[in-house]
Design a protein around this ligand. Structure first.
Ligand code: ZN
Length: 501
């Protein structure tokens, strides 16, 4: 058993190395690589992906897994060995079900589609991407087909991001969420809009970066195992548990951009930095799902970073960093500005209240495209209609309509969006549970002390990596399965007070 288990671990470590080498190439591509590196970088990434896929589908790996499974199971379901075998088996089976030729074709299609999208979006030219997008829908359906039978064709695609979460249960949660958000947005937008002009004065880049990294440090981001760089679309990435990096984007005329993207990405990074170090170089050394990951970024960005207690403590420091810009702005005005609710076209710029509606609409479109009830050619019109009815704004063009998100142009159609809304639901449910365990949290947050909250998150969520499934984590940490109730209560309480509802 021991020799086999060691052999298994070293094979998995090799796969892990290839994956993180690819992540490093991607980080470089998104931060420092000159434009001239593009073509070769694409090829290099495809090469690494091919080798990684071959390693994972090596019959010897499957044989080893079979061999060590009985002994691992004897160690108990919660043991490292049993969890490692379970997670590795899932990865291996998933990789093995999809023929290598299909993997290559799917990657190539999406590379071509992405390249075309980068030009089609600024040119507002949906027709230029429509044929390849239709092909992407077909291939996404074909991909799902390798995992038949399933309850819904989107299930295997959702499983890639949010393991074990089914279309039917997301539909039920989203129906509740939409039913509550639409009237809430109605009520808020009838009230007088908040004045956010204080965020749009001139804020020098270096000062913004200093403020962001100071807060990330206070949250507990470990700079000896991380760093921050600039990019176009902020993200967090990891090359090992000792190297978890964040990126941001600075706009000198918008204080919220770098500040909140830094808190968000730091939230993702705190998760990865706190995974059990003994999981290093195994498939357990990762966040357990996109939804849980997003719950951590949203918790630090919103539940903490857009809360009144937090800014009661931090606002004087922010004013001291920007005396000319914020010296004459009250805490109340600033707090309202960073929590302004506005009907808007762009998901990534949406506030907490309207955000869910952007996500639900995309999720529904994915299901309709996969089911075949919506044709790609009809997507722009369907998008305009749904944005008008749900968001209350009609996109003047496709650039700010169905072309706005990169997801369907560089990834599969299906499973791309639900994590964002699931993450919001979980963020409130986790924070609620932490607050029940530690009623002093708001006072600690106001005093600039985040240790109690972070320790609760580390113990209940972070340390487990992929050794626990999302459902196990939510139930274990909060005592209940995922529900919309804590999130809706959070929104109603916070925005009810802000907008006098
Ligand atoms: Zn995120």
């Amino acid at each position: 058993m021991d020799a086999d288990f060691d052999d298994l671990k070293s094979r998995l470590a090799e796969h892990d190395d290839l994956k993180h080498a690819a992540a490093l190439l991607r980080w470089d591509q998104a931060t420092y690589m000159p434009e001239g590196g593009n073509a070769a970088r694409g090829r290099q990434l495809a090469t690494l992906e091919r080798i990684a896929h071959a390693r994972l589908t090596d019959p010897e790996l499957a044989r080893l897994l079979d061999k060590v499974t009985p002994a691992a199971e004897r160690e108990g379901d919660a043991s490292f060995a049993a969890r490692l075998v379970r997670v590795a088996r899932k990865d291996v089976e998933r990789a093995t079900r999809v023929p290598a030729a299909f993997v290559g074709d799917f990657v190539n299609l999406r590379a071509e589609l992405y390249d075309r999208w980068t030009r089609a979006r600024p040119a507002n030219d949906f027709a230029a991407v429509a044929p390849l997008l239709a092909r992407n829908v077909e291939m996404s359906r074909e991909y799902a087909g390798f995992f038949a039978p399933f309850d819904h064709v989107a299930d295997p695609l959702i499983d890639l991001m949010d393991p074990d979460v089914k279309t039917a249960s997301i539909r039920a949660l989203f129906a509740e969420l939409r039913g509550a958000l639409v009237p809430l947005v109605e009520a808020i937008t009838r009230a007088a809009p908040a004045d956010e002009s204080c965020l749009h004065r001139q804020y020098p880049e270096a000062d913004q970066l200093a403020v962001g990294s100071e807060i990330a440090s206070r949250f507990g981001y470990d700079w000896t195992r991380g760093r921050q760089d600039k990019t176009h679309h902020p993200f967090m990435t990891k090359f090992s548990l000792g190297d978890v990096r964040i990126t941001t984007r600075v706009r000198t005329d918008d204080l919220s951009e770098a500040l909140f993207s830094t808190l968000h990405e730091a939230g993702h990074a705190l998760y990865e930095q706190s995974i059990d170090r003994s999981f290093e170089a195994t498939p357990l050394a990762e966040g357990t799902s996109s939804g849980v990951h997003e719950s951590q970024s949203r918790l630090w960005e919103n539940q903490v970073g857009r809360s009144l207690p937090f800014w009661r403590g931090q606002y004087p420091k922010l004013q001291a960093a920007f005396p000319a810009q914020l010296g004459d702005v009250s805490l109340d005005t600033f707090y309202r500005a960073i929590n302004r609710v506005k009907r808007s076209l762009i998901r990534t710029a949406a506030d907490e209240v309207t955000y869910g509606l952007h996500v639900i609409m995309r999720f529904d479109f994915e299901l309709e495209l996969l089911e075949g009830s919506l044709a790609v050619a009809d997507l722009p019109e369907a998008w305009r209609a749904r944005a008008t009815s749900d968001l209350g704004v009609t996109p003047p063009d496709d650039r700010d309509g169905c072309l706005q998100d990169v997801h369907w142009f560089d990834g599969p159609v299906g499973g791309a969006f639900q994590s964002y809304a699931l993450g919001n639901l979980m963020s409130a449910q986790f924070f609620d549970a932490a607050l029940r365990a530690h009623p002093s949290l708001p006072a600690e947050i106001e005093a600039g002390h985040f240790d109690t909250l972070r320790t609760w998150l580390v113990t209940n969520i972070h340390v487990h990596g992929r050794a626990r499934t999302p459902d196990e984590l939510v139930l274990g940490a909060t005592g209940s399965p995922l529900s919309t109730e804590p999130y809706l209560r959070y929104l109603r309480t916070k925005y009810g007070a802000l907008y006098g509802l």
